[in-house]
Ligand binder design. Structure first.
Ligand SMILES: Cc1cc2nc3c(=O)[nH]c(=O)nc-3n(C[C@H](O)[C@H](O)[C@H](O)COP(=O)(O)OP(=O)(O)OC[C@H]3O[C@@H](n4cnc5c(N)ncnc54)[C@H](O)[C@@H]3O)c2cc1C
Length: 363
């Protein structure tokens, strides 16, 4: 409920006995995570407007869909959680409309790559509507800036915000998007107070700036580092490069580093290259389409980021680029890497090396 840094105690409400108690601490670790955004839109608290964060939420959504003989679902928000929910409800047998306020789904991708996601999810049967902010909900109705449509159930996937109110109220320094500011050892601005996970900031190894990225990969590593330090050891979390992966319908989608928008915002001059290739040797049965896009800094050739979209086996190839970003490699070093090859796995040149070759224009 509250943190008192002067008295070194936290106020806790014990629901089972309906009482409030104070617990003293020597070291305090804050791991309060993030919460889904529920903007102040009329009707957002209606029972049929449901958020999805925990497994219990998923059970509750499914139970409501089954109980109400749901025929039509509206998903609000085109991030990976919204897209995954849209796919799940098509598979379940509902008609699905996905409403996204901005001009594209998956805004961590560049528009050209995101357009492929939109095509795929539309092909799967989801009615995707972009540039369409939701303005309100009523029982069985979704209001948008362009009119209204009927729906039986609304699922929100509008992003998350760090649960940092306790920390802010205690006077701890905040970082990007209101996350708790931490150093490389997960120390907050107060002595003996630590934070990790979705509530905390990270350090971006490509931009060199603090960043907030709410992912389990980051949360696990930060939590480990905080634990070692709280236990009296020494550990640091060097930072993140923004690596993420998802699967929408049959498509694997991954990204690392900076998108074009992020690179421009960070002040980089950069080149991009995109290749269309196959997930395995093109003459092998089971070869599927795959697109790789890469960004590199002009002049230095330093790799800034990459995005991959394609069939089975495409997505995890992003990890080679993420490793290159950690190492600060340039495109020539990527080309020179001794990566594996046999026809059931790739062409002779791995797709992430093919796109690097395109960037230096020596293919
Ligand atoms: C639908 C969904 C899919 C996801 N898929 C992926 C994925 O594929 N890959 C990936 O890397 N990440 C994924 N994530 C993100 C991942 O779940 C989070 O990054 C991760 O759980 C963060 O861990 P955490 O420990 O920081 O926070 P959480 O796991 O959110 O834990 C925080 C806990 O603190 C509790 N809490 C909050 N405030 C208080 C308080 N005042 N007092 C006491 N307790 C409090 C909360 O109830 C919660 O139990 C997904 C998230 C969602 C919602």
């Amino acid at each position: 409920m509250a943190i008192d840094l002067d008295e070194r105690k936290v106020e806790v409400h014990d629901h089972s006995r309906d009482r409030t108690i104070n617990l003293g601490f020597d070291q305090l670790h804050i791991a309060t995570g993030a919460r889904p955004l529920r903007p102040d839109i009329p009707g957002i608290d209606l029972p049929r407007v449901m958020g999805v964060q925990t497994l219990d939420d998923a059970h509750a959504i499914l139970a409501r869909a089954e109980l109400t003989d749901c025929k039509h679902v509206t998903v609000v928000g085109g991030g990976y959680i919204g897209l995954e929910m849209a796919e799940a409800f098509v598979r379940w047998g509902a008609e699905v409309t996905l409403v996204e306020a901005t001009s594209q789904v998956m805004r961590t991708l560049d528009p050209d790559i995101a357009a492929k996601v939109t095509t795929a999810i539309r092909g799967f049967g989801v009615d995707v509507r972009t540039d369409l902010p939701v303005t309100g909900f009523e029982e069985g109705v979704v209001h948008t800036s362009e009119g209204e449509h009927h729906t039986d159930l609304v699922v929100l996937g509008m992003g998350v915000t760090p649960n940092a109110d306790l920390a802010a109220d205690a006077g701890l320094e905040l970082g990007p998007r209101g996350s708790i500011s931490v150093d490389r050892r997960q120390r907050t601005s107060a002595d003996g107070v630590w934070a990790a996970g979705d509530c905390a900031s990270s350090f971006h190894l490509v931009t060199g700036e603090p960043v907030h990225i709410a992912l389990g990969t980051v949360a696990n590593k930060q939590g480990r580092v905080a634990g070692v330090n709280i236990g009296g050891g020494y550990a640091t979390f060097p930072g993140v490069v923004g690596t993420a992966i998802t699967k929408i319908c049959a498509l694997e989608i991954s990204r690392t580093g900076l998108s074009e928008h992020e690179a421009a915002t960070a002040g980089f001059s950069f080149d991009t290259a995109t290749i269309d290739t196959k997930t395995i040797a093109h003459y092998m049965p089971g070869a599927e389409d795959m697109t790789v896009k890469m960004l590199a800094e002009q002049g230095s050739g330093r790799i800034l980021g990459a995005q991959i979209i394609g069939g089975r086996g495409a997505g995890k190839r992003i990890d080679a680029v993420a490793t290159a970003l950690h190492a600060g490699m340039d495109v020539q070093q990527m080309i020179d890497l001794d990566l594996s090859y046999a026809p059931p796995f790739s062409g002779v040149w791995d797709p992430v090396q093919m796109v690097a070759r395109r960037l230096v224009r020596n293919d």
